[in-house]
Design a protein. Structure first.
Length: 300
């Protein structure tokens, strides 16, 4: 007889697999509407981390927006998360031609320049917009990209998620072997994509983010400095029409000093400031439900 956790994991896997299969038989526009509806349910009905979201929004944008406007941003952000999850589920049914109809690139020459330098790049995306789709579009455009991914508690779902990524030509670097995998990828002139916008606890470097100290992962800056690789930020913007725009920012470098920790903090601050700029411009694109400042403030 199967024990509890295994039964639960099989159920979660089956639900995830069948949900994806269902979404892939729907027309794209209808599938997105379904994702938007899920976001509405999460924010307005089940109120999943709604309080955390509103606290983050108030402390970050409250000097510019009233509570009604903040709730509207929060609701749109949840709907965008729902749409992004749907787009991720569509990976097995997508190809280069379909993705080219879904997204367009601005600033791709910055990727090209990084490849000409021959040292790869650390690509920082953040939990912004449909970040998984951005990775898929980048790979399908011909850029060599690997994702640094953590392992889900449910190994069956974890494998399914990585299979979706691999179907788009994305390489996988597991957290457990991160250092070796990242160094190898950069030496092979590949792009390593990292999501570096969540609380890093005691292991992070503290930078300013929305006017408040925020513990941020050291990894992107540390590897960029060690391997003399640039940090490049990418953002995917959801417009009024179905097509989205991927914006590739110019590479970020800093001049090294003799203080490694100072250099890591300086470079981390540089890319975090760019991320903040985009979040302020497109506040409904970021993942507000995360307790981003839990290690450095008493907001929660």
């Amino acid at each position: 007889m199967m024990n509890g956790p295994k039964t639960k994991h099989r159920f979660e896997y089956g639900l995830t697999y069948l949900s994806g299969a269902f979404l892939r038989i729907l027309p794209y526009r209808l599938a997105l509407s379904f994702g938007s509806f899920l976001g509405f349910l999460a924010f307005d009905v089940f109120r999943v981390r709604r309080n955390v979201t509103l606290i983050n929004l108030k402390n970050s944008l409250g000097d510019q927006k009233n509570i009604k406007e903040l709730k509207k941003i929060g609701r749109r952000a949840y709907k965008n998360i729902g749409k992004s999850l749907v787009e991720y589920s569509l990976f097995p049914s997508l190809n280069k031609k379909k993705i080219s109809r879904m997204v367009e690139f601005e600033g791709a020459e910055n990727f090209d320049e990084a490849l000409r330098r021959g040292k790869g790049a650390i690509v920082v995306a953040g939990h912004f917009g449909s970040w998984e789709l951005m990775g898929a579009a980048t790979s399908q455009r011909g850029y060599p990209v690997d994702f640094l991914v953590g392992e889900q508690h449910n190994i069956l779902v974890d494998n399914l998620m990585n299979d979706y990524r691999k179907s788009m030509g994305i390489g996988i670097i597991k957290m457990g072997a991160a250092a070796k995998g990242i160094i190898k990828a950069l030496k092979n002139n590949r792009f390593v994509a990292m999501l570096s916008d969540q609380d890093a606890g005691n292991d992070g470097t503290v930078v300013d983010f929305f006017g408040r100290p925020a513990s941020t992962p050291k990894g992107p800056a540390a590897f960029a400095l060690k391997m003399n690789a640039p940090i490049i930020l990418g953002f995917i913007i959801r417009g009024n029409k179905e097509k989205q725009k991927i914006i590739i920012e110019k590479p970020i470098f800093i001049e090294k000093s003799k203080n490694k920790e100072d250099d890591i903090r300086k470079l981390t601050q540089a890319y975090t400031s760019v991320l903040e700029h985009y979040i302020r411009k497109y506040p409904d694109h970021w993942f507000w439900p995360h307790r981003r400042w839990k290690s450095t403030t008493k907001e929660y």
